[in-house]
Design a protein around this ligand. Structure first.
Ligand code: ZN
Length: 490
């Protein structure tokens, strides 16, 4: 079959062929039917959603010799000339390449002349936001009093860069992203017409990859169709687009959910070197995002439901780790290694793993069964500032005597009021009248401050030790010729 690029062949020629912009098409057709013609239109929207296509159809309908129900006939000389790009009264300019004042002036000089064969002379300026300030000023003068035979159409992807003075003279039409369903509908229509075989899943993948742009959907289809030899299958489409298949992404999510390091090792043993590691990470993060959203929705109808048992905090954490490691992929010579380390990090820092380490560190030597100052300080309701000071103290209790030892600079801060507070708090806590004395013989390793820091270090060391001992991790890390202590520093 002779090939005309799909995107060009299937560019809409009539309003009824425009996909996903009903609100704009409707408004334009109504204005045609009511003969309310504006002299300046601005089409706003992201790339590939139909801005210039709609502008061209509008041009046709304005000049068509046989308009029916707000549609051009697409058969008269005017319509055919425009389709063939030979209509002299239609000028399409790309402001990205012709933005200077001179070029704009040259263009505007032609405005006063009557159209050669059409009713209206149409100037379509694409990417109009690229014009220089001087060009906009020149344009504004013409827009203030345009001759009745002239119509301006502007298209832009960045409307905020168009001066308000220009915008105020235009009918603004905002084009939206084309939905996945609309793209799927259109693609299946086109594929059937072109005798291209396809499965549902292929359409879904292409429409997702097009991100709301019908033109991108067609460009991607073009690429996929030639690769798949006009028979589109899900796996082939994923290959062409470098998209990892869903099973792989779910397998990774299972591994994270179950903290299954053995499965992680075999995942990388079977890893297909053709898969893009970055694409896999990105797909994983997309799913994590979907699971997070699902946790806050009432929907019970999702294949992701089983993952909602992961805590929102853990999902946030692994998303964050993915996000911060993503930047290293571009410069990495070993993306597979980087991906595996990213996943190890995600498991190693999970709250469950941390809990395990707490259990082992709870039998620490700081607990003195008779008098645990670290614990008591937490239980007594001291005022905030006093508690802060006492954080650096070591305390002993001998019979009815309490000895509070503090560094010199802290002792001076214990005023009479604090002394009263300390005395009443201790008396209440032990339910006896206690004799309290102060000195500066602090046993640093018994202060809550020290214990807290020490616990932190201990926990993190034990976490690292535990992971290092895990057979699965040993294998991965030896393959990667690195060790777990380096990951935790990342
Ligand atoms: Zn016509």
């Amino acid at each position: 079959m002779s090939y005309l690029v799909l995107a060009r062949k299937w560019r809409p020629k009539l309003f009824s062929e425009v996909v996903g912009q009903n609100h704009v098409v409707q408004a334009l057709q109504n204005s045609i039917l009511n003969e309310k013609i504006n002299q300046a239109y601005i089409f706003n929207g992201t790339r590939g959603v139909g801005k210039t296509s709609i502008a061209r159809i509008l041009t046709k309908v304005l000049n068509c010799e046989d308009v029916k129900k707000g549609e051009p006939c697409d058969k008269c000389n005017q319509c055919l000339a425009l389709n063939e790009n030979s209509l002299i009264d239609f000028q399409e300019i790309d402001a990205a390449s012709r933005r200077s004042r001179e070029e704009t002036m040259n263009l505007l000089e032609t405005v006063p002349y009557l159209p050669a064969s059409s009713k209206y002379k149409v100037y379509l300026i694409d990417e109009v936001h690229m014009l220089t300030k001087e060009s906009f000023n020149a344009l504004l003068k013409t827009l203030e009093e345009p001759p009745p035979h002239v119509i301006f159409m502007f298209a832009t992807t960045e409307i905020e860069k168009v001066p308000a003075t220009i915008l105020s003279r235009c009918l603004q039409l905002n084009l939206r992203l084309v939905s996945e369903e609309e793209i799927i509908d259109q693609l299946s229509k086109i594929f059937i017409h072109e005798n291209i075989k396809f499965d549902e899943a292929s359409l879904k993948i292409i429409s997702k990859a097009a991100s709301g742009s019908m033109r991108d959907a067609l460009t991607i289809s073009e690429k996929v169709v030639s690769y798949c030899n006009e028979d589109l299958k899900k796996e082939d489409v994923q290959n062409v687009l470098g998209i990892p298949n869903e099973e792989k992404v779910f397998k990774l999510l299972d591994i994270l959910k179950d903290k299954d390091t053995t499965a992680l090792v075999s995942f990388f043993e079977d890893y297909d070197e053709n898969d893009s590691c970055l694409n896999l990470l990105e797909s994983l993060m997309n799913v994590i995002q979907e699971v997070s959203l699902l946790q806050f929705s009432k929907s019970q109808d999702s294949n992701l439901l089983k993952y909602t048992e992961m805590t929102p905090e853990y999902l946030q954490l692994i998303f964050q780790i993915g996000l911060s490691n993503k930047i290293y992929f571009e410069s990495s010579s070993d993306p597979k290694g980087l991906l595996s380390m990213t996943l190890i990090k995600m498991i190693a820092f999970s709250p469950e793993e941390k809990k395990n380490f707490k259990v082992t560190s709870s039998n620490n030597s700081y607990k003195d069964s008779s008098f645990d100052w670290n614990l008591i300080l937490n239980e007594i309701d001291f005022s905030v500032l006093l508690k802060q000071i006492l954080f650096s103290s070591s305390v002993k209790k001998i019979d009815n005597k309490i000895i509070i030892s503090l560094p010199e600079d802290k002792i001076t801060r214990i005023n009479e009021e604090y002394k009263k507070e300390i005395s009443s708090c201790f008396n209440n806590y032990f339910n006896q009248i206690l004799e309290i004395s102060y000195d500066s013989n602090v046993e640093v390793d018994r202060t809550p401050l020290f214990i807290k820091d020490e616990l932190k270090i201990k926990e993190s060391n034990e976490a690292v030790d535990l992971i290092s001992k895990d057979e699965g991790f040993k294998k991965i890390t030896s393959e990667l010729n690195t060790d777990i202590k380096n990951i935790s520093k990342k």
